[in-house]
Design a binder for this molecule. Structure first.
Ligand SMILES: C[S@@+](CC[C@H](N)C(=O)[O-])C[C@H]1O[C@@H](n2cnc3c(N)ncnc32)[C@H](O)[C@@H]1O
Length: 263
């Protein structure tokens, strides 16, 4: 079920993301500046436009939000700007340091803690949240079920779990299997598990019901140009009518967007 068969430890996962925090090259401006963070945000939501609709930032005004694996804080700032009482948990100190700098630069309030999402009740004892959100994280950790079990303990009875994990039946997984792509921008990702509807049911089973599970996101750009901050569609996607590309994303998107309700 994994696109990388290696069995990795949590330390290897942490070291990998510490070496190169996720999306750190989304801007060429000096890292940690306002301009840098603005460009990171613009690029992320340009390339992954389904994120704001999935996160529903405005909905969490005045509510307690826990993000597992906040990375460099792109979604984090949007929860905080929308008025959420935001807590970010991150395994990688280098990533979390940038998320914290980002909050300082924009004068936002939030709580951050370094820790392993597989040990939530230990890391955040006696805390309860209205939303537990995790985008592109749980498929990178050795024991994803431990994350979900911990989330079940920390979620309020009327709360919501919103997670994105990678989809097995996807264009991207097909390209990876054919040796034409890799799961992350940086090679050597220690764990990148891919999911089917059935494996998601196993992951959440007995803890959360699945309110919705939808696929989204095929990356359509020429990679060499994308690395130079140019956005040219691959010729096969450029030739494709937009409704056809949208249908392909719904059926073969890399991102499985899951909403869970506690049982
Ligand atoms: C692909 S990045 C996504 C970051 C962020 N959610 C985003 O969308 O930009 C994966 C992140 O998950 C973090 N991560 C992986 N396993 C984790 C764990 N067990 N606990 C907390 N964070 C974890 C990594 O350190 C990394 O920052």
């Amino acid at each position: 079920m994994s696109v990388s068969d290696a069995v990795a430890t949590i330390e290897q996962v942490r070291d990998y993301w510490d070496r190169r925090p996720c999306n750190i090259r989304h801007s060429a401006r000096p890292i940690g500046t306002r301009e840098y963070f603005d460009e990171v945000k613009a690029r992320k939501y340009f390339v992954e436009p389904h994120i704001p609709g999935f996160a529903q930032f405005e909905r969490w005004h005045g509510r307690r939000v826990l993000e597992i694996g906040c990375g460099i804080g792109t979604d984090a700032v949007n929860f905080a700007r929308a008025g959420a009482d935001y807590t970010g948990l991150e395994l990688s100190p280098a990533s979390m340091a940038l998320a914290q700098t980002r909050f300082e630069v924009f004068g936002l309030k939030g709580t951050f803690c370094i820790g392993d999402g597989e040990r939530l009740p230990e890391v955040l004892p006696h805390q309860r949240f209205d939303l537990i959100y995790s985008f592109g994280v749980i498929h990178h950790t050795p024991s994803p079920r431990a994350v979900i079990a911990g989330a079940r303990e920390l979620i309020r009875p009327e709360g919501e779990l919103r997670i994105m994990v990678y989809a097995k039946n996807s264009w991207k997984a097909a390209m990876i299997d054919a040796g034409l792509d890799q799961p992350e921008a940086q090679s050597g990702c220690p764990i990148a598990t891919v999911h089917t509807r059935e494996s998601i049911e196993d992951l959440l089973g007995g803890l959360f019901t699945i309110a919705s599970a939808e696929q989204a996101h095929i990356f359509p750009y020429v990679v060499d140009k994308y690395l130079r901050y140019e956005y040219e569609l691959q010729p096969w996607f450029a030739a494709m009518p937009k409704p056809m590309f949208a249908a392909l994303q719904r059926r073969l998107g890399w991102h499985y967007l899951i909403v869970g309700k506690p049982i």
